[in-house]
Design a protein around this ligand. Sequence first.
Ligand code: IMP
Length: 538
Amino acid sequence: MALALNKEKASRGFLIFIFIKPGGFMDQSKGILTQDVKRKLIAKRDGFFRKIGNQGIALTYDDVRLTTGYSEVLPDNINVESKFSKNVGLKIPIVSAAMDTVTEAEMAIEIAKLGGIGIIHKNLSAQEQAAQVARVKYHLNGFIDKPICFEENVSIGEILAYKKEREFNFHSFLIIDSNHHLVGVLTKNDFDFCEDHSLKAKQVMTKKLITADPGTGLREAYRLMKEGKKKALPLVDKDGKVAGLYTFSDVKRILFGDSKSFNIDRDGRLRVGAAIGVYDDAFERVEKLVSEKVDLVIIDTAHGDSKGVLETLKLLKKRYDIDVLAGNISEPESAQRLCRAGADGLKVGQGPGSICTTRIIAGIGKPQVSAIYECSKVAAKFGVPVCADGGLKFSGDIPIAIGAGAHSVMMGNMLAGTKESPGEFRFHQGVQYKVYRGMGSLGAMESNKGSRERYNQGKNDLVPEGMEGMVPYKGPLREVIHQYIGGLRRGMGYVGAGNIEELRTIAQFVRITEAGKAESHPHDIIITREAPNYQKQV
Ligand code: IMP
């Protein structure tokens, strides 16, 4: 924005500044984002990155800020819904990283309840990983297409032990006879009032049931259960076999409760993804993950533009009807190859991670904002969403990643250290910390094949690409996400973007210097009260 001095008035003793808007974008000041305005804004941003790129320079979060623009949007009215992959949506554009100190079922459940999605890591056997996915999918049982059934002669004690072992938090189990015909239901009341756990299911179960036909919808199920005053509605096919189950509390919560902001699938279950390797590892995992209704899988490697990833991707897309994402990459040519091979989403980031030493020990990689911009430009031509993975430090990095073209951000460090992350607690100089380590760290690779495969390494003579450490305890995820999304909304308000697509379209960048960066952080003050959204970097 140019600043001009009105000389005539100045000579008469007035100093008047006139703001001259850059030509061509005036419509935006009327709140109209016409196609023409959008095109001009996109061209302007392309020009910024082209100029930088032509000098052989690539930028990252701390190198840039977004410029403010005319705005009619209020942060609270902004829509932050986005996409993680072609067919999997997000209510908030935040994904929890597939790392063993970040995402297992507890994190995945909570982040999906907050509108994002968690990716279960692969430092678990295929069996254990699928069980983690099952815990998420069974957490909110809108419609359960494969309800857990027990034979009528199984004891209450055995059922309770199974429930405890798999950490299921629900209490409705269907009871079948030896011909697999439904004969009863065990609900919370049956367990609560049963004092003798050696009794068989058939001696305790409720036999008076209401059932419905396969295909019964959520609302009809709710009506039937309400009318029949039943907490469970089994669906039974014409042969008397179980074809699904609805439970009252979950159906009610989904239809009327606070779950409007949950990220759920078509059947009302929380969404969750899982990381996989290449070839045999991928096929073994996917088979089990698909049977637990995982929403998507990510071929999770340090070098996504490689033969193994491309071949695995093509084979998976041929064999399974499921979204397959691939990564990580940082070059536009890599994005093109993966999109052509059928990727439903890309993960961009080679070396930005807080625990990552890849750029230092291997000398490769590209600063993250330029990598996001360049890969997103190509992916957009294929309609493939991009996730900006790693390197975020503050909430303000989220609008920057999206402004550069990403649809979502994946966080490790910013979510590690929350109540829901799987890391152990540590106390250091009176402060509470949680363990956070790279999947390519010595510890992770020594103990897990999944980590070694991510970095394409054998069992011996490991060359780590990550570090092990700890991060301050951050408290419940809900509070942390509130601040991150609050920051994103504020950023969008300043830019004038009412939704994620607009932010991806109209965001404009300015490069900042070290002095600009120092000016951006609090300075010349002794901080006397911590803010919930600003911590000095450790
Ligand atoms: P952060 O959010 O900056 O901590 O970065 C997390 C991201 O770093 C993950 O989602 C991975 O893509 C990546 N990553 C995880 N472990 C390692 C590692 O050991 N070396 C390099 N990158 C890693």
